[in-house]
Design a protein around this ligand. Sequence first.
Ligand SMILES: [Zn+2]
Length: 73
Amino acid sequence: MKKPYYIDFPQEHFEGQMHRYRCVSCQEETTTINGRLEGHLPTCTYRLKLEKAGYEAVGCSEKPASNDADDFD
Ligand SMILES: [Zn+2]
């Protein structure tokens, strides 16, 4: 199950930078995330929530064998 863009995550401003936003959970900048689930850190609660819901990161044609989300604390 995939979505073309993942943009419904909680966002907040960089302090003093009105035009820059970041994910509240993992603090990655939205321009880095770029609407991709894999743009979030593996520990991001938003990413983990969607992955548990059955969504996959879009953009990687093959899921890396070493990327086992269950191993993260
Ligand atoms: Zn995030």
